[in-house]
Each structure stands twice: as structure tokens, then as C-alpha cells.
Design a protein around this ligand. Structure first.
Ligand code: F6R
Length: 263
């Protein structure tokens, strides 16, 4: 697990976006795993900017989103499909037919979950998965107690997550308590994982993810098993880590190695 500590949230977004741009430059038909929430918004802005500057094209890219609220159709303004259109897809040259979000309005969500897994497999698998993290260590909507081998399924949200996400809903508006989410096992099959976290309220979840035991109580800790995960965090999210200096040292060494290889 590589941990990159940067000065602020803007640097986190740039660093993360560069990884995606490199991925798409190396493989034009990359399969992206995408996330919603407030954290990736700045990264998506960086990607849009790079696209406008002709640095990257999404024309051959396809994508799978991590999760969707159960009970909301893609047209609903609070759906994650709507979010993705607004924050990224409407502003780049991606073919929306190649962008998949779990169907929150599926007649039979159990079948829909199985089909989502199948479609990921048929695409050849996710090349690079973007993640945020909940204060309780959730990734996707895999709340604490999720099986570390779980697959795409219907998941009940914790009260903490419902409260955290209430800010996106108007007062009195229906807020779903259920979701469809890729499982932890699904996420672990992505070839590369990029997790972003910013702000002090993520500091404990980051300690538990990076330095804690691998446990279903902190679903993101399962990433310790993953061979190619990078955790990109700002100073505030890193504030409780014990060996910050060591992580900084490793990153400086990695940068040196990368630039010497580029010569
Ligand atoms: C959303 C998702 C969630 C969020 C997490 C953090 O697709 O997968 O796990 O990444 O809830 O949300 P923010 O970024 O709003 O703090």
C-alpha cells in the first residue's frame, strides 16, 4: 500500500487525476471504476480540464460506478447516475452508453447485482478503481461488518452514513437507506486502486485503513491485501498517522526512481 501525503486537497486531486490521465494515455480503452461523494469532485474537474486541453480523450473509455441508491432512478437529481453526468460525463467525450452505474430502480435488484458483476467480468475487469472513504472506513457502500469477500449486492446504510449524506438532500426529501454497491471482493479485483481522502474527519479512518488490523470493522483495511493501491491524502487526513515522515521519505524515493527511469 503506497501512502502519499500532500499539502492540501487541491494537490490530492491533481495527483489522483494524473494517475488516471497516465492510465488512459497508456490504454485508451481503459475500464475505469468511479466513485461519487464530495471527495472526487475536484479530481473530476482536473480530468475535465485535461480533456479541454486535449491532454486526454475518453472516447474509448468505459466505466463502472461503485454504487447507487436503491429506490432512485437515474433521472432523480440525487441519484449517483445524475451526479456522474453532472460532475464528469457531460463534460468529456465519453460515450455514455459505456458508462455503467448500478440500476437503483431495478425491478429485481438481486438479479441486477449479479448482472453488474457479470458485465464487469465481460469488460475484462476494472483497470483502475477510484475510491473515497467514509468516516467509518466504508468503501463504496460497504459498511463496517461487510464481508471482505463480498460481491455486488444490496446493502443497508448505517445511520452514520445516512447522516453524513443528508447534506445532499433537501429537508423533507426522500433519502434512501439502501444501496446497491460493488462488494469488497469486487473492488479488490481492480488492477489498480486509488483512494482519496481529505480533511480531519477522515483521519481516524485512514489510520485504521493503513495501520490497523485487516477487519470487516474497517472495510477499507482490506486494501492492505491489494497489490497496487495508492492512498492519496492531505495533511489533515494524515494527521493521526504514526509514521508520516517515513511515508514522505518513501514518496521522495519513488519520485527519484520514476524520474531516473524516465531519463
Ligand atoms: C460513493 C462512495 C462512498 C464515498 C464516501 C465518502 O460512491 O463510494 O464510499 O466515497 O462515503 O464520501 P465523501 O467523499 O462525500 O466524504
Amino acid at each position: 500500500m503506497k501512502v502519499v501525503i500532500l499539502d492540501n486537497a487541491a494537490d490530492v486531486a491533481k495527483y489522483g487525476a494524473d494517475i488516471f490521465i497516465k492510465q488512459i494515455s497508456a490504454k485508451a480503452d481503459s475500464v475505469l471504476g468511479l466513485a461519487t461523494g464530495s471527495t472526487p469532485v475536484a479530481l473530476y474537474k482536473e480530468l475535465i480540464h485535461a480533456h479541454q486541453n486535449q491532454q486526454v480523450s475518453f472516447s474509448q473509455v468505459s466505466s463502472f460506478n461503485l454504487d447507487e441508491y436503491l429506490g432512485l432512478s437515474g433521472e432523480h437529481s440525487q441519484s449517483y447516475r445524475h451526479f456522474m453526468n453532472e460532475q464528469l460525463f457531460d463534460h468529456v467525450d465519453i460515450d455514455k452508453n459505456n458508462t455503467l452505474v448500478p440500476p437503483g430502480d431495478a425491478k429485481n435488484p438481486l438479479i441486477a447485482c449479479h448482472e453488474y458483476e457479470q458485465t464487469i467480468k465481460e469488460s475484462g475487469g476494472i483497470d483502475i478503481q477510484l475510491l473515497g472513504i467514509g468516516r467509518n472506513g466504508h468503501i463504496g457502500f460497504n459498511e463496517p461488518s461487510s464481508s471482505l469477500g463480498s460481491r455486488t449486492r444490496v446493502k443497508t446504510l448505517t445511520q452514520e452514513t445516512i447522516d453524513d449524506n443528508a447534506r445532499f438532500f433537501a429537508e423533507g426529501e426522500f433519502q434512501p437507506h439502501l444501496s446497491i454497491t460493488m462488494g469488497i471482493g469486487t473492488i479488490l479485483e481492480a488492477k489498480k486502486v486509488v483512494l482519496l481522502a481529505t480533511g480531519e474527519n477522515k483521519a481516524q479512518a485512514i489510520v485504521d485503513t493503513v495501520q490497523g488490523a485487516i477487519t470487516a470493522n474497517c472495510p477499507a483495511s482490506a486494501l492492505q491485501f491489494h497489490p497496487d493501491t495508492v492512498i492519496i491524502i492531505d495533511e489533515a487526513a494524515a494527521s493521526l498517522l504514526e509514521n508520516k515522515e517515513f511515508f514522505r521519505h518513501i514518496e521522495r524515493e519513488n519520485q527519484k526512481l520514476e524520474s531516473s527511469l524516465a531519463l
